[in-house]
Design a binder for this molecule. Sequence first.
Ligand code: FES
Length: 106
Amino acid sequence: MATIKFIQHDGNTIDVQADNGTSVMNAAIDNMVAGIDADCGGECSCATCHVIVDDAWMSKVGTPTAQEESMLDLNPDREANSRLSCQLTVTDDLNGLVVNLPEFQY
Ligand code: FES
């Protein structure tokens, strides 16, 4: 179990509890966090689950796969810390993870 903090584009923060093994995307969907659409259901093929990981957590989330990289490259709003939240698996190590939600997903 981990707490994930979602920071929406207006500064509103939402803390959700997520079970280990679920994705950060599913943690958002299960808790109706606005700003995560997840149109493909977690298949790494839509990029509507884009999040920007807080600097302090970049070393914990690992690196994107080639498929995730290719999807991120299609996103004009990609930033250095951009990730697809469906590709981030919740573990104890991610307890306290902070991610920012891009404005264009609202
Ligand atoms: S939910 Fe579609 S890429 Fe993540």
